[in-house]
Design a protein around this ligand. Structure first.
Ligand code: 2P0
Length: 351
């Protein structure tokens, strides 16, 4: 008997134009398009192995970092599995000789190669790796963009992690969500000098989950309506900044959109505070580095962005990243937790 098993990985993505708000909470359809940069696989990624077998006891089971999680049929995971099974079943109907994998129970194991305690979003890479691994197991013919429609129903931001490089999630206009999908706007190789420095400000679990926080924003924030008029223009500007490798425009838009997103959080009732004093001090540092750089060279050196938590991601180009790391290390000294590829930290490596 052959073994039916497949392993896939998916990296973390960090949005530079943020997704915040759903127009349909069941299908996970967003109130605006978003754009992200997918990080390299070798640093932060999820890996998922899926196996199906006729002899397994009935019911699907899943382990996350070695701990079993319930798979509820109508939960987000259950919906992703159901949709992928449906696609497999269509393939089986077209070819009598194929094994009926769609009818067999599944066993799924998923791991993150970064500490879950690092306070970094793992739902995007986790759900994307799950969808990729089941698509591989079931030998599905669907394109990554069509599969991203399934990952989206697991967690909105997960649809962007099915691609490397620079990725747009188009909000779409249809009510069934068939055109709310992700697509690559540029490959990693298009702008390989881009680096992301992740500054872990806190490894505690966030107080307000993204899912509940964004709905509270949709229901209560008048400022969100203004944000929704800004984003379409920003998407276009960001895509052209990436196309022309214009770091000044990329960094300025990234910082503006992060600040606008956190302003909208503050405008929510009751207000949502994701940034803390250290986050704000990091904003101050990058703003000061940029002011000095602008004076000396006429260009920006870095762009910060914050998701639904206090941790900071700083984008900078290869030629400047060492300067940025040194500055962060000088004002926020800490022992390096990850490898130091630029050899600028001078501290002990624990990675
Ligand atoms: C983003 N975030 O674009 C934004 C910026 C957080 C801040 O996508 O409810 O975990 O599962 O669709 O995808 C976090 O939201 O929320 C997120 P659900 P998700 O990356």
């Amino acid at each position: 008997m052959p073994t039916y098993e497949a392993t896939s990985t998916a990296p973390v993505n960090i949005a530079v134009i943020k997704y915040w708000g759903k127009r349909d909470t069941a299908l996970i359809l967003p109130t605006n398009s978003s754009l992200s940069v997918t990080l390299d696989q070798d640093h932060l990624r999820s890996q998922t192995t899926s196996r199906c077998d006729e002899s397994f006891e009935k019911g699907d089971r899943l382990w996350l970092n070695g701990k079993e999680e319930a798979v509820k049929a109508d939960g987000r995971l259950g919906v992703c599995i159901r949709e992928l099974r449906k696609m497999r079943s269509e393939v089986e109907q077209g070819d009598e000789k194929l094994p009926k994998l769609s009818q067999w129970p599944l066993r799924i194991a998923s791991y993150n190669n970064f500490p879950t305690a690092a306070g970094l979003a793992s739902s995007a890479s986790g759900l994307a790796a799950l969808v990729a691994s089941l698509a591989q197991l079931y030998e599905l013919p669907q394109s990554p963009s069509l599969l991203s429609c399934i990952a989206r129903q697991g967690s909105g931001s997960a649809c962007r992690s099915l691609f490397g490089g620079y990725v747009a999630w188009r909000e779409g206009t249809s009510s069934d969500g068939s055109d709310s999908l992700a697509e690559e706007v540029a490959s990693r190789d298009h702008w390989p000098e881009m680096h992301a420095l992740i500054c872990v400000v806190s490894d505690k679990k966030k107080g307000t989950s993204s899912t509940s926080g964004m709905q509270r924003t949709v229901e209560t924030s008048p400022l969100l309506q203004h944000r929704l008029t800004l984003v379409p223009g920003r998407m276009k500007e960001m895509e052209s900044a990436i196309a022309s490798r214009d770091f000044d425009a990329f960094a300025a838009l990234t910082m503006a959109d992060s600040n606008n997103f956190h302003a909208v959080c503050l405008d929510t009732s009751p207000p949502i505070f994701y940034l803390n004093d250290v986050s704000r001090a990091l904003i101050g540092l990058v703003e000061e580095l940029n002011r000095a750089s602008k004076e000396a060279t006429g260009h920006l050196i870095a762009g910060y962005t914050f998701d639904a938590g206090p941790n900071c991601v700083i984008y900078a180009l290869e030629g400047n990243i060492a300067t940025v790391i040194r500055a962060v290390q000088r004002y926020f000294p800490t022992e390096a937790a990850f490898p130091d590829p630029f050899g600028v930290l001078g501290g002990k490596e624990a990675g």
